[in-house]
Design a protein around this ligand. Structure first.
Ligand SMILES: [Zn+2]
Length: 482
């Protein structure tokens, strides 16, 4: 890395950029002291300096590992990525894809378990070193669900490439560990349905699937090679996904007074929520659909369902909004003589991004000639979309340019089969192997990653405490955190 580039990175690192994770004045005020502590932590750990040092070292074993990763990508995994790309399956229905992927793993002697955490298309595959399991456990996450539009399923988010990328890196690393007598395990997590709720990774995490991993790594196709700013945040706000099911009593239209109308309850609730919008802070984003509303006009609807995504920049005020919405649903049920069942089926939270791993991966991407590099870091966000896993396990999401067109487009699908995609995926696998090699072989990096993660996780709790104090007078009662 050139001196001017390094200076630019340092300038960015110590400018007050972490503040971009906080969206409102209240959040910025609550985060002020915490951001100072993050700055002090980063100044001490010096992730950019450490990254430049690690990337600059010459290491024949690491070079051989990266060459083998390239070879595996070019000889097998690129074709596998294309095959999955041409055979898209949407979330929770990725049966053929999982069969294809797990057949490759079994063929290489990996121990495969399909249907983990009660999810039919989730899997875990484990490789144990012939030198023994007593070492690190390196975890790699791969997604494989497709999007759907009016023309059917398509891989417009390039999830087709994710698991083949992970395979190229993991298989090369396993060969390296076996050849060097390095004990430990490598685990590949097949995580379904990223594009549809409920969030599979949260379910898998709550079932303990990721337990024991020392590090989690993944990649995602993007339009710029970039890294996330250190700190906590989420790409798309904190979210509660909540389903409100109203249950009434059926009756014939001509004697409707014998029934209790669940659809009317749902409509009252939907209207009540609109009436609450001025009571909520303007950064709230609340959108819902009435997904069930009865079967026939001449029968009083017995069951109606309203499905809401409730979003707010932080989880503390989000809990307040959600509580008021739950109460509105109960009020609508009471008014109509129906009952309501409230099912919060999904939660997305601020995730943690680590400077140590972000800078290292970014520096390797640069050294591997990744195209279209964004000089400025992105808003902080976790390495996986739920944020929940990132709070407990340190990790990194690798973002290498692999498409000229935006995510979730047919153009991105085209690029998944083109040189743009193939090159980006190869560099993603090479970057992944480089980072995993350093984590495996450099205790000083492991210590820095663990310390940074521990401190940031603690600061995230402190940030939420500060927000609870900041909002206390406004909502007139303590806000339960969720
Ligand atoms: Zn995606």
């Amino acid at each position: 890395m050139s001196a001017s580039r390094r200076l630019l990175l340092l300038t960015l690192l110590f400018s007050p950029l972490p503040v971009i994770a906080q969206s409102t004045d209240t959040e910025r005020a609550a985060a002020r002291d915490i951001l100072k502590q993050i700055d002090a932590l980063e100044a001490r750990l010096d992730p950019t300096g450490m990254a430049n040092d690690l990337v600059g070292r010459s290491d024949a074993d690491q070079d051989a590992l990266v060459r083998r990763t390239t070879e595996l990508w070019e000889s097998e995994m690129q074709a596998l990525s294309d095959f999955i790309g041409h055979n898209p399956e949407v979330g929770w229905e990725e049966f053929n894809t999982v069969d294809t992927l797990t057949a490759v793993l079994r063929g290489r002697g990996w121990d495969v378990e399909v249907g983990v955490a009660g999810l039919e298309t989730a899997f875990v595959a484990t490789w144990t070193s012939p030198a023994g399991a007593d070492g690190l456990m390196l975890g790699l996450i791969g997604e494989y669900d497709a999007l759907r539009d009016a023309d059917g399923a398509f891989h417009g988010d390039q999830h087709n490439a994710q698991t083949p990328i992970v395979f190229a890196s993991a298989f090369a690393l396993a060969e390296h560990m076996a050849a060097n007598g390095t004990p430990g395990r490598i685990r590949i997590y097949g995580t379904p349905a990223e594009e549809v709720g409920p969030p599979a990774k949260t379910i898998m995490h709550e079932a303990g699937v990721f337990d024991g991993a020392d590090l989690l790594i993944r990649s995602h196709g993007v339009t710029q090679t970039s890294r996330a700013q250190v700190g906590f945040g989420s790409c798309c706000l904190n979210i509660n996904e909540v389903k409100y099911t109203f249950l009434g009593k059926p009756s014939h239209q001509m004697s409707s007074w014998h029934g209790r109308n669940a659809l009317e309850a749902a409509v009252h609730f939907y209207t009540l929520v609109d009436g609450l919008r001025s009571t909520f802070r303007p950064e709230s984003s609340i959108q819902g659909v009435i997904s069930e509303g009865g079967d026939a006009p001449n029968v009083v609807p017995q069951r109606a369902v309203v499905d809401y995504y409730i979003r707010y920049p932080d989880p503390v005020y989000l809990a307040h909004v959600t509580e008021m919405m739950d109460n509105a649903a109960r009020g609508a049920a009471m008014a109509t003589g129906t009952e309501v069942q409230i099912d919060r089926y999904g939660e997305y939270r601020d995730g943690i991004s680590l400077g140590t791993l972000q800078e290292l991966s970014f520096a390797y991407a640069g050294s591997l000639d990744a195209p279209n590099i964004a000089p400025e870091p992105r808003r902080p966000s976790g390495y996986e979309e739920t944020g929940v896993v990132t709070k407990d396990i340190p990790g990194i999401g690798i973002s290498i340019y692999s498409s000229r067109e935006a995510n979730h487009t047919r153009g991105m699908l085209e690029d998944t089969f083109s040189d743009v995609g193939h090159t980006g995926f190869r560099i993603s696998a090479e970057t992944m192997s480089s980072v995993l090699y350093d984590f495996l072989t450099k205790p000083e990096l492991r210590e820095a990653v663990r310390e940074e993660h521990r401190v940031l996780a603690g600061l995230l709790d402190q940030y939420h405490e500060a927000l609870r104090r900041a909002y206390a007078s406004e909502v007139g009662r303590p806000i339960s955190q969720n």
